[in-house]
Write a protein that binds this ligand. Structure first.
Ligand code: UTP
Length: 478
């Protein structure tokens, strides 16, 4: 089966040095040929070849070229409140944010299209059970936070969930089975895909008839929002701010009036939440300034000397760790809509072990990296904004991602962090819970986001309880 269209397509691939994609064409079944044709047709070879050129020759990367160590200075940030005056300002700023939420101007946006390879997750990460007692899924946790905000502020909040080819159907099914957790306005948008490439820029074949594709990174959110028409729809709904957070961090405060108030007060176009790095080698991106613009520098791009630098009081100088939580101004991100955003936002490469085929078409499952994944990162829009803010937050109340199957940033550490957090609120409320040196209680407890998702709200609500529960093992507060 080879018609005119196929011939032309093959010629196109040949023109871009990718003719090997059709290497096994003659021995493919009709069905396999159709599958390959479909995939091949959907690739924009011109766009792809420009990206390949730019990532393989780093100097032609749009924003990357600037990230030489010498040009990097630490970013300035709004410090965590530390005095009476600060807390007074916190109150005023929070009130501004609360009004904006009440007015329906904030939408929640979860990016949930990642592959979760470090975790070895075969189901969408959002469906993972992630609370100590009730084993709520990550999606349920966020749904309850959104629901609680809807109730508190008597408003309705649009919730956008970005999925990928791999996570889309299962995510929608999961929401369906759970009646969307009671959230009325959920919107699912599918992010784009990119082919994996070899170190010399050749498209990798996963099988004889299938190109190895992967999601285009959380920065793909910008394209997905525009392409899906959702950005325009949100504008029609009167949404001005998108609260962006990652599905693997159940501590993310998805609707935080103080963060939102700070964003509005500063007329910020992109606001980011930071936590202080714990130690120089911690593997988090760091907010930095390059030529007067805020950006995120990956931990591997800071020199060892920079990462270790400390001030006179012993604090790390490059301390502003990225939590992957941002507020995006809708009119600002609209400018990326429909544009070839790669001409502005760079692709990043990461080395991966990518299942492929040998020269005879036999499957290979490499144990070591054999190719490159191409991804865009959301934080790369920072340098394009005129006004940005970076807000310091307390780590335990905001950040404990589930990235790895064990060790640091695993489900185990996240559950421990939740227990420590809940315990710290209960202790602040005057209850008596024995804890170890790390602040861990001797038993499991859980506080529902429907009761509170932060200390301030917890204390207010706890105070109002007519009968306060005795805290013991398996206590659930809802
Ligand atoms: P990570 O960068 O941690 O990637 O994503 P990941 O895919 O979840 O995990 P690994 O690297 O394969 O182990 C941070 C957040 O961005 C989302 C993820 O779902 C997670 O919420 N993400 C990442 C996307 O939505 N799309 C992507 O293409 C990549």
């Amino acid at each position: 089966m080879i018609d005119k269209q196929t011939k032309e397509l093959k010629l196109q691939f040949c023109k871009y040095g990718q003719e090997h994609v059709f290497k096994f064409w003659e021995i493919l079944s009709n069905e396999e040929q159709l599958q390959l044709l479909q995939q091949a047709k959907n690739l924009n070879l011109d766009y792809l070849s420009k990206i390949i050129e730019s990532v393989l020759h780093e100097n032609s990367q749009p924003a990357q070229a600037d990230k030489s160590a010498a040009s990097i200075t630490p970013a300035k940030f709004i410090k965590f409140p530390n005095s009476e005056v600060d807390w007074q300002k916190w109150k005023e700023t929070t009130a501004i944010g609360e009004q904006v939420i009440k007015d329906g101007k904030v939408a929640a946006f979860t990016v949930a299209g990642g592959e979760g390879t470090r975790l070895g997750c075969v189901v969408p990460k959002g469906t993972l059970q992630a609370t100590p007692l009730k084993k709520k899924s990550l999606f349920q946790i966020f749904a309850e936070k959104i629901k609680a905000a809807e109730r508190k502020y008597e408003t309705s909040i649009h919730w956008i969930i970005m999925t990928s080819e791999r996570t889309h159907n299962e995510t929608i099914e999961f929401f369906g089975k759970n009646d969307s957790f009671g959230i009325e306005n959920t919107h699912f948008i599918k992010q784009g895909q990119m082919p994996a490439i070899t170190y010399d820029g050749k498209i990798i074949m996963e099988t004889k008839s299938k190109i190895a594709m992967h999601p285009d990174g959380h920065g793909g959110a910008l394209k997905a929002l525009g392409r899906s028409g959702l950005l325009a729809m949100l504008e029609d709904f009167g949404v001005e701010i998108i609260s962006y957070f990652q599905v693997d961090n159940p501590l993310a405060r998805c609707i935080d009036p103080y963060f939102i108030g700070s964003h509005v007060k500063n007329q910020s176009q992109v606001s980011s939440r930071m936590i202080r790095k714990l130690y120089p080698e911690e593997k988090v991106g760091v907010f930095c300034e390059i030529r007067g613009k805020n950006c995120v520098v990956e931990y591997s791009d800071l020199t060892k000397e920079q990462a270790m630098l400390r001030d006179a009081t012993g604090n790390l100088i490059f301390c502003a760790g990225n939590t992957g939580t941002h507020l995006l101004d809708v009119p600002f991100i609209k400018q990326f809509n429909g544009k070839d955003i790669h001409s502005e936002i760079p692709y990043h490469v990461s080395q991966k072990a990518i299942p492929t085929v040998d020269s005879l078409g036999e499957p290979i499952s490499p144990q070591a990296p054999n190719g490159l994944k191409l991804e865009m990162f959301i934080f790369d829009i920072l340098p394009f904004a005129e006004r940005t803010i970076i807000l310091e937050s307390d780590r335990l109340s905001n950040f404990s991602p589930i990235k790895n199957s064990d060790g640091l940033d695993s489900l185990k550490t996240c559950l421990q962090d939740q227990l420590k957090l809940f315990t710290s609120w209960l202790l602040a409320a005057g209850t008596d819970i024995p804890t170890d040196a790390n602040g861990m209680p001797p038993f499991d407890i859980e506080i529902s986001p429907m009761f509170a998702d932060n200390k301030h709200d917890f204390l207010t609500k706890w105070e109002r309880l007519a009968t306060k529960p005795t805290i013991a093992a398996n206590q659930y507060i809802e």
